[in-house]
Design a protein around this ligand. Structure first.
Ligand SMILES: NC(=O)c1ccc[n+]([C@@H]2O[C@H](COP(=O)([O-])OP(=O)(O)OC[C@H]3O[C@@H](n4cnc5c(N)ncnc54)[C@H](O)[C@@H]3O)[C@@H](O)[C@H]2O)c1
Length: 270
């Protein structure tokens, strides 16, 4: 092992992080690139937007390059099957079939959760199901199919679904929780079929994470109203008092990708 690859454990690895223009996806992309991986980032917004500074593919890509990382931005709307296919076709061609890490992070439900705060499921528009679970679940499955088609023949790879504690028990919104539990189940069931091909599939639950969006959300109205417990002002304050940084999840995934033996050692002695 060279001195350079020891310092950067993911040197030579190829990663895709979906929905990496802001929030947790951006944090994961920054950390995987810092660890040496070539990181493909996806999102819908290519050019900088004044209402969300720093949250475009061009800006995230520039930030990674300025920190000596390698980033390839690809505009992709993960609600469109043809965009998802084009993304994987391009990575396959450019990287000669090599893909080591897929992080299924893109999520389009954050605003719908806050817009419907306090309303029980029967008072919410039925379209909320797709807002939570089209990009945040169905798309994860499609990405995982294409990623596995590249990983299985090479007998290596790591796929991660970004999920939530909300998959375990009620949290905020019914469609949210059902989608998150399905993300966890997808990881567990796919992992059974991938195991003999030496490809791992995990579901990770970040804690409360302070992102561009959750910072805005904390300033909004969180009054307790309606039949749903929703998210109260007190709950938001309590949850976010010790919030994680968006890059914390990225550090965990970089460590996992670098080697399970190292993780076991650190857990045993922490
Ligand atoms: N923020 C938290 O406190 C927290 C806690 C636990 C779990 N999570 C989970 O982490 C994941 C990411 O959350 P976040 O807080 O970073 O959300 P976010 O809304 O800030 O970011 C989501 C990303 O997905 C992208 N995206 C949305 N729709 C897309 C589409 N159609 N095509 C391409 N990209 C699209 C957005 O542009 C953005 O880059 C979610 O699954 C969320 O449930 C978040």
């Amino acid at each position: 092992m060279t001195e350079k690859s020891m310092a950067k454990p993911l040197t030579g690895k190829v990663a895709i992080v979906t929905g990496a223009t802001r929030g947790i996806g951006k944090g994961i992309a920054l950390q995987l690139a810092k660890a040496g991986a070539v990181v493909y980032i996806t999102g819908r917004t290519l050019k900088p937007r004044p209402d969300f500074p720093g949250c475009s593919l061009e800006e995230v890509s520039k930030e990674i390059s300025e920190n000596s990382g390698q980033c390839i931005p690809i505009q992709c709307d993960h609600s469109k099957d043809e965009d998802i296919k084009a993304l994987f076709d391009r990575v396959k061609e450019e990287q000669k079939g090599k893909l080591d890490i897929l992080v299924n992070n893109a999520y389009s439900g954050a605003k719908a959760i806050t817009d419907n705060n306090g309303k029980p499921f029967w008072e919410q528009p039925t379209t909320i199901w797709d807002e939570m679970n089209n990009v945040g679940l169905r798309n994860h499955y499609i990405c995982s199919v294409y990623a596995s088609q590249m990983m299985v023949p090479r007998k290596q790879g790591l796929i991660v679904n970004i999920s939530s504690l909300g998959g375990l028990a009620y949290m905020m919104n019914v469609s949210y929780g059902v989608g998150k539990e399905a993300c966890d189940r997808m990881a567990a069931d796919c992992a059974i079929e991938l195991k003999k091909h030496n490809v791992a599939f995990l579901s990770i639950w970040p804690g409360a994470v302070l992102t561009e969006f959750t910072e805005q959300m904390m300033e909004g109205d969180h009054s307790d109203k309606g039949d749903s417990p929703g998210v109260s002002k007190e709950m938001v304050a309590r949850l976010f008092a010790n919030a994680e940084s968006p890059q914390y999840v990225g550090m965990c995934i970089a460590k996992l990708a670098a080697g399970m033996s190292e993780i076991r050692f650190e857990v045993a002695f922490s």
